[in-house]
Design a protein around this ligand. Structure first.
Ligand code: GRF
Length: 216
């Protein structure tokens, strides 16, 4: 039985789309059963509808408290019998209550190599610090923002002529590979929590390194 996944979005939804595309493979262990946005104008809602996926907007501005908003989301998630929640550019902080409901079943993608650069403007901050490598992380969601056990990371080089936009675009290409990979690992039951570490069953050897700048 495939796991039923909800993608929570607030905007364009390119990571959501990468999950939808990956889940079209009959061998993929999850299906994207619902797309939920806190913004009725999120472009990703239309993309999901075109794919025949249930797409629901729950406008947070119509609720008097964060809890009420989240209870409305929780009802919709239950109605759609959702097993796993993937935050995909969802720009609302979640309360410990909601996070608890989805403990071990809610993922987030962040455009940086955590625990570096939690929060916003990650590409600007990486450039300002002069790091030579940057990237993206998929992690389990816990109450602290951009904290939680790390499932998968992708690293890209930072080039001398990079702007936040070019660097962000290079990271995004990797995000679109990383999120389906992490969801596949979770949905197929290959992830194991060991304290703060996520251990992966039947992990393939991967002992190469990305060194930047390139040495010719
Ligand atoms: C991505 O960079 C993701 O890492 C971050 O928000 C952005 C969402 O982009 N959490 P999209 O809506 O998936 O295109």
């Amino acid at each position: 039985m495939k796991k039923r996944v909800a993608a929570l979005i607030s905007g364009r939804g390119s990571n959501m789309t990468s999950l939808i595309v990956a889940a079209k493979d009959p061998a993929f262990p999850a299906e994207i059963a619902l797309v939920l946005s806190n913004r009725p104008d999120a472009a990703g809602l239309e993309t999901a509808r075109k794919e025949g996926i249930a797409a629901v907007a729950i406008d947070h501005k119509l609720y008097t408290s964060r809890e009420e908003f989240e209870r409305a989301m929780q009802r919709v998630l239950e109605e759609h019998k959702i097993d796993i929640v993937c935050l995909a550019g969802f720009m609302r902080l979640l309360t410990p209550w909601f996070v608890e409901q989805w403990s071990g079943k809610m993922l987030n993608i962040h455009p940086a190599i955590l625990p570096l650069y939690k929060g916003l403007h990650t590409h600007e901050r990486a450039l300002a610090d002069g790091v030579k490598l940057h990237g993206a992380t998929v992690h389990f969601v816990v109450p602290g923002m951009d904290e939680g056990p790390i499932i998968a990371q992708a690293v890209v080089p930072v080039l001398s002529n990079d702007t936040p936009e070019t660097l962000g675009a290079r990271v995004l290409v990797q995000e679109h590979k990383l999120y389906p990979l992490a969801l596949k690992l979770l949905a197929s039951g290959r992830l194991h929590l060991d304290g703060a570490r996520v251990l992966i069953k039947e992990e393939s050897a991967n002992d190469g390194a990305l060194i930047s700048p390139k040495m010719d």
